[in-house]
Design a protein around this ligand. Sequence first.
Ligand SMILES: C[S@@+](CC[C@H](N)C(=O)[O-])C[C@H]1O[C@@H](n2cnc3c(N)ncnc32)[C@H](O)[C@@H]1O
Length: 288
Amino acid sequence: MAKNSITAGELLRDSALRLREAGIDTARLDAELLLAEVLGCERISFYTHPECPVTEDEYQSFTKLLERRLAREPLAYITGTKEFMGEDFAVCPGILIPRPDTEVLVEKIIELFGPESERKDPAILDLCSGSGAIGLSAGIRLPGAKIVLSDVSETAVVTGRRNADSLSVNAEVRHGDLFETLLPDERFDLIVSNPPYIAEDEIKGLEPEVSVWEPRLALSGGADGYQFYRRIVSQAQSHLASDGVLMLEAGDGQAQTLRELLENAGYARIEEIRDLTGTVRGLAAFLV
Ligand SMILES: C[S@@+](CC[C@H](N)C(=O)[O-])C[C@H]1O[C@@H](n2cnc3c(N)ncnc32)[C@H](O)[C@@H]1O
């Protein structure tokens, strides 16, 4: 029953309370987004028209979504999309949900190869591409770029392809283990990667939205978290142009060790990529 024609405002209040009791910090926002999804309206309407009645069908549909969120399924898996750099990316279980922290890498790519730069039309490899958030966001802003996405997960390959098509980015999507998808002599101006970098033991201590729902394949960087960084740093130079750049997202507290790995690999210059709070979110290593 729709509880004798409950209003949108009442349903929102009750569901936000249940989500809060389940330990979800973003309870009110999540309730609003789920209800907006079901009612096909903007969140603002819950404030301008809280008295709007919810039909029986809408109530039932909303309750199903709410139960999923109460089980700590990430909101993005329930709605099927996540906004990144202002664009909607399709996501599903099996795909890492793109994080706002990663956006600074895209901004750095635009700084290096965008209209203000001398370097134009780069060939860019997004290694460990997942939804394609990094490579496709760069492709949207650099229409002359050649974009290749590559991931070992079949779900990531299908989702990356789907996002490239829906965002109208002319990208190639490859399937396989790190650099194995490349021809031996294939070279890129930029190799960018947000690889799995969480130490295996740390995963179980994360929020259930991550530890239970997001794919371990996208999270685990091996025993110390650096397994992929080591592999990527040791192989990237064979696939970089002579003035190429390797750009890596860094997990919390990993930038110093990552910098040492890059320095030992002989890069001429390493730049930190910081977010607005000054936290280092990535490193860009330049061959010249
Ligand atoms: C942290 S996620 C990053 C996804 C996306 N780039 C982003 O920033 O949202 C890491 C990705 O690495 C992929 N991956 C894991 N092992 C891999 C391997 N051996 N070769 C290529 N990709 C791999 C996972 O499937 C996952 O999509």
